[in-house]
Design a protein around this ligand. Structure first.
Ligand code: F0G
Length: 478
């Protein structure tokens, strides 16, 4: 029990003899109303579960996972306000009132005039790619994302990475590693011709680079260049709110603006966006495509009825659209976004203190362990990141995701593995789901694996699906 003269390590004497905390903590701007029990299997059961899953964390049963950091996609906890909205679902086939609420939210917070709802992000990517990309086209982007690039390729396009070099260096502390390298972009356009570039695909807080943001200044430069060349800029707005927060705290001149104002300004530099609502927008399912151009809207709205559903629901139930409209409103609240990214920082800081190699600066939605430096003895062809994700699960029941050579897939022309510079394991934080104690269990497990890193060998792939192989590939231990 604390007494007035006990020495608390957090308290240090201040002038006047009063003891003051060395630092002040933030806390989540919510309290927990409903809980979902989770269980930690025994070590032998975890080893068996991992083997049965072919050393692929995607193939584990969720019930066998203790702390699930596979993804921040569709895993958020909804608020009481969102759950209340679920009861107000208007499940009419056409013209649901919830569609109009969602349209209002997108116009208010993202600023685009036209909304095409889809079942999730890749539904929007599919429609956009089919409408805009023709065979032989080239699509530059600030690093690839798995589903985004695949839809561009399936439509006949070739993706080109035009992100700054720093993004491929996990040790670079550049504050905006999501930036487009304008020289690379110009060189590509000069080479293939602007008429073969249907749009530049710009992602906010670049997922595969480690959740790294793009600056407002860079976005403006991309926008000005593309407008001068008659090329569209299409944003992947999936984590644009997180990007807006980084602009506020890292980019000179923005600290006094609200995250909502920054988001609106950022989107105004683009012609449209695809969106997976399952991340920033705090829902379990849903997405959309938005744009300002009337003709593009006409085509996309026509295509959505073929693949997703009528243009006023696009694969979502009315209640899903209501939850997303409300989630968008909540996502730009300053205290929400500060706590969300604050939790990622908390986990990252502890790993840095333990000397664990991670991608720096700490990103928006996840901590990325650098598997090349973690397991230097494992060649990239023996899947160091896949191995580390499996080891982490077996050590503590924490589920993470490979983001390295398995995710990078094969070159569609040569059939060889793509060998990405980044060989990472992603510890992705669902929004409003886990507590600081869950973060402590996680970093302690990673730190212990790092201490025992020399003993570990790699994996061999035994089954490889044709598309997006990381989801279903199987491995065995070497
Ligand atoms: N764009 C980005 C940047 C994403 O991170 C995702 C999904 C998508 C598009 C596709 O959206 O899943 O709704 O179809 N990312 C998930 C992840 C799967 O775990 O990072 P979706």
């Amino acid at each position: 029990m604390a007494t007035t003269d006990s020495v608390d390590p957090m308290l240090e004497p201040r002038p006047g003899g009063r003891r003051m905390p060395r630092h002040r903590s933030w806390a989540e701007p919510f309290r927990i109303k409903v809980v979902e029990p989770i269980h930690l299997l025994g070590r032998a059961e975890r080893a068996r579960a991992m083997e049965e899953a072919g050393y692929n964390t995607f193939l584990l049963r969720s019930e066998d996972v203790f702390i699930d950091l596979l993804t921040d996609s569709g895993t958020s906890a909804m608020s009481d306000y969102q759950w209340a909205g679920m009861m107000l679902g208007d499940e009419a086939y056409a013209g649901s009132r919830n569609f109009y609420h969602l349209e209002d939210a997108v116009r208010t917070y993202y600023g685009y005039r036209h909304l095409v709802p889809t079942h999730q992000g890749r539904g929007a990517e599919h429609i956009l790619s089919q409408v805009l990309v023709k065979a032989g086209d080239h699509v530059p982007g600030n690093m690839y994302f798995t589903t985004t690039r695949l839809h561009q390729e399936l439509a006949g396009g070739t993706f080109h990475d035009v992100i700054v070099d720093e993004a491929h260096d996990p040790t670079s502390t550049h504050p905006f590693k999501g930036n487009v390298d304008l020289d690379k972009l110009r060189r590509l356009v000069d080479q293939v011709g602007a008429e073969r570039v249907p749009y530049v695909s710009v992602a906010a807080t670049v997922n595969m680079a480690g959740g790294q943001p793009i600056s407002m200044e860079n976005m403006r430069a991309v926008s000005e260049y593309c407008r001068s060349m008659g090329i569209r800029v299409i944003l992947d707005a999936t984590r644009a709110v997180e990007n807006a927060y980084f602009i506020k705290v890292r980019e000179p001149g923005w600290s006094e603006k609200s995250v909502a104002e920054i988001l609106l300004q950022f989107c105004s530099l683009t012609d449209g966006c695809t969106m997976s609502g399952k991340k920033d927008a705090l829902v379990n399912i849903g997405g959309w495509l938005a744009m300002n151009d009337d003709d593009l809207f006409d085509e996309a709205r026509n295509m959505v009825v073929v693949y997703e559903g009528l243009h006023t629901y696009g694969g979502m139930a009315g209640r899903d659209m209501e939850a997303m409209a409300r989630g968008i409103e909540e996502s730009v609240q300053e205290d929400h976004i500060r706590a969300r990214i604050g939790q990622v920082e908390y986990l990252g800081r502890h790993l840095v203190d333990e000397d664990v190699p991670i991608v720096l600066p700490i990103g928006g939605h996840a901590i990325f362990l650098d598997a090349k430096r973690f397991y230097p003895q494992i060649p990239q062809g023996e899947f160091p990141a896949q191995t580390l994700a499996a080891e982490l699960y077996m050590d503590s029941g924490v589920r993470s995701m490979e983001r390295g050579i398995v995710s990078a897939g094969r070159n569609p022309k040569t059939g060889d593995h793509n060998y990405p510079k980044l060989e990472l394991v992603r510890l992705t934080l669902p929004r409003r789901v886990y507590t600081q104690a869950h973060m402590d269990v996680t970093w302690e497990s990673v730190a212990e694996l790092y201490a025992k890193r020399d003993e570990v060998r790699g994996l061999r792939m035994t089954y490889e699906p044709k598309y997006l192989r990381f989801f279903q590939a199987r491995f065995e231990r070497i």
